[in-house]
Design a protein around this ligand. Structure first.
Ligand SMILES: [Zn+2]
Ligand SMILES: [Zn+2]
Length: 396
């Protein structure tokens, strides 16, 4: 499986010999079971092709840490990159930025800095801050100029290669932010910790939702459903979840998670129905997770005067909006990216609502079948509408 160009196996040398004690830098008596010399990850070698590749398990005794993957979910971003959407030009790439696993090795300084110990069950944040640039220094590390994120922007050709969760191990760079998660949280929920954190950012931080506020969430994918859980936890009421009539099952799941009303956006009078559910003026907050211009226009149409529209879904097109209405009704339109600074708060929600959050994962595949998991989410013959959000487990 070793290959030439992407630096797998051979050229980066493993430390043969007394594995456990030398690799994790911990005293031998609480060292975990010894680590293998090699491991396999699924690598995107070109758009539309994921292949297993074997890499050396990195020696982290001099810096960094090693995560043994328990579960990784398949983000829409992965599906988009696989399908050929613009990306960071970082092939070959190991996908996987929604991950839960266990710290199995790390040097003392790194572990101290991360605030974890070998054996801890953790969720890593996707963004790796550089702590040097203007954005990192102002607390906006999700905008870091270095643009380093697990599973998205660091190529597998860069040592130590294991930069994503589609495999058995992930290398954790020293600046990685980790969050410990309780042992009794289902893996399906824990791996969505950062997705729930997105909801925290959009609903609470950007939307500033208070108990009793009405919220509309347009888009019933994993991001929208996680946002429903966050809105419910915040005491929002009513919570309207809007989606296509093809997404009826997802809307139904949304009601189980806390949505009080659902609306089909492709039926006539959708805006009126959102307003009917949220009171004459419409909801004070609308979050648009669906990547479409129509979804944004609906949100801008229904949001109450003085309200806020949070837009994390890329419309991917120019969208004509009623700018006069923004002025007249003092509507705030806020872009929203990922979950910086919100993951710890999200872990509390994941721990309280583990079974609910886990229900967003509709399918679990062995990681070797990652290609199938993605193909079934791409438009075309193999498309499987039953997949809400898929997750991968190492084959073990
Ligand atoms: Zn994602
Ligand atoms: Zn930075």
């Amino acid at each position: 499986m070793a290959s030439d160009g992407d630096g797998s196996t051979d050229d980066d040398g493993t430390t043969d010999g007394d594995a456990a004690s030398s690799r994790d830098g911990a005293p031998t008596d609480d060292a975990p079971a010894s680590l293998p010399d090699e491991t396999t990850s699924m690598v995107l070698t070109e758009d539309g092709a994921l292949e297993p590749r074997t890499f050396a398990v990195p020696d982290v005794s001099e810096g960094g840490a090693l995560l043994e993957v328990e579960m990784t979910s398949v983000c829409g971003t992965d599906v988009g990159i696989y399908g050929g959407e613009s990306h960071f030009d970082t092939l070959p790439l190991v996908f996987g930025h929604e991950v839960v696993g266990r710290v199995v090795a790390g040097d003392d300084e790194t572990l101290d800095r991360m605030g974890v110990s070998v054996g801890d069950r953790v969720v890593p944040e996707p963004y790796i801050p550089c702590y040097d640039c203007h954005y990192c220094q102002t607390g906006n590390y999700h905008m870091c100029e270095a643009e380093r994120a697990y599973g998205v922007s660091i190529p597998a050709s860069e040592p130590p290669h294991l930069w994503g969760g589609y495999g058995e191990y992930v290398y954790l760079a020293p600046n990685t932010k980790l969050h410990v998660v309780d042992e009794d949280v289902p893996a399906e929920a824990a791996c969505l910790g950062t997705v729930v954190a997105n909801g925290v950012r959009w609903i609470l931080t950007k939307g500033d939702v208070d108990p009793g506020d009405g919220v509309a969430i347009v888009g019933p994918g994993a991001q929208g459903l996680a946002s429903v859980v966050v809105a419910d936890e915040a005491g929002a009421d009513p919570i309207v979840l809007a989606g296509l009539s093809d997404d009826a099952d997802r809307l139904e799941l949304g009601t189980e998670l806390g949505a009080t009303d659902t609306v089909f956006v492709d039926e006539d009078g959708a805006a009126d129905r959102v307003r009917a559910a949220t009171g004459e003026e419409g909801p004070p907050v609308a979050v648009v997770t669906a990547p479409s211009g129509a979804a944004l226009r609906l949100a801008l149409d229904v949001v109450a005067p003085l309200g806020t529209v949070v837009l994390p879904g890329f419309p991917g097109e120019e969208v004509e909006i009623d700018a006069d209405r923004l002025v007249h009704d003092e509507i705030s339109l806020l872009g929203g990216r990922g979950q910086a600074l919100e993951v710890e708060r999200a872990m509390g929600i994941v721990e309280r609502r583990g079974d609910d959050v886990a229900s967003i994962i509709s399918h679990v595949f062995p990681v070797r079948e990652a290609e199938t998991a993605i193909e079934r989410q791409l438009p075309g013959e193999g498309f499987d509408p039953d997949i809400v959000h898929a997750a991968l487990r190492p084959d073990g």
